[in-house]
Design a protein. Sequence first.
Length: 365
Amino acid sequence: MRSVWRYIHTARNSYAALYAACETYGFTLEQVDVPEGDVVCYSLNSIEFPRYKDEIAAADQITIVGGPHASAAWEEVARVADYVVIGEGERTLPRLLSALEIGTSGASLPGVATKTGGRNKIDHSIRLDGFPCFTRIKGYIEISRGCPFHCGYCQTPHLHGTKMRHRSREEIVKAASHYRDARFVTPNAFAYGSIDGKTPDVEKLERLLASMPNNNIYFGTFPCEVRPEFVTQETTDLVVQYCTNTKLHFGAQSGSNTILTKIGRDHTLEDVYAALDICRIAGLEPIVDVIFGFPFETDEDEEATLALIREVVRSGKVHVHSLMPLPGTTLSNVVPREIIPAVDRVLGKLALNGCITGTWHNKFD
Ligand code: SF4
């Protein structure tokens, strides 16, 4: 049986991890640009799914689709794919490939869903040390998985659970030794090693960073951002002492405490301003994410977010996003609010001056 992986740029890190996991079970997921072989695997987010659904439906091969969109909207995906993998794929995908290889249906396997068989409950949650983050196909080093916060727009806790799991320092160091530049994946870099994931464990963070081989370490910047209330003098000191990055990337999401409460961010605007001050003292450039378009946002809330943006761009940059109502999240069924013209105009000027990047108009229009 020839099993292949449909290359999709945004899913390249999932490919690296699943290539390694499938290899452990004796399957080589060869990369392809069109469906071929006997079984074609996809990992899709909610933006990519519409682009690939016709290809999946028309494929002559057995199709398996996983990833954030498949996990959250499995019924929709099962209408076009033969099998849907829900949640983490490291064990479920090789199990499914093994079942198909011996000519049986994988429809009753845990974590698998099909159009006719429905969805089977997941029976496990993987230990990160149980699977390498990559082997032959290189990817970022995933240091933690799962998130104890419940931001209303985010799929992460639904996909990976609300308990943070961490890869051991030894395994991270081993993976980093393959790179000159070490970059990491985690929902919150400064939560590495923390048992509840809600407060930084500075000792464990320092032990990790001090143990790294002779890498350029990029920590707290893309693709491993942090939360604002984790930006403290101790955590930024570690970045300055051990890391190559001179930027620190964190999500503020709104300049209004009312909105922060409504979207369940579990931090305040004051935490964001404190993080900006700490970055300035540490000499780190803040890169801050904000979102417009929450349906319960008022004109005043938008003005408050604009005021926050103006403050950030004094010493850093802002990535502006428009709300995407992703399936599986609390805000999945809302209609995003269009930005008011006065704020839109100022954002346009700031973008022309290179102070902000991103898009703040509803992408689903
Ligand atoms: S946005 Fe970040 S902190 Fe919030 S739930 Fe998602 S991963 Fe966790």
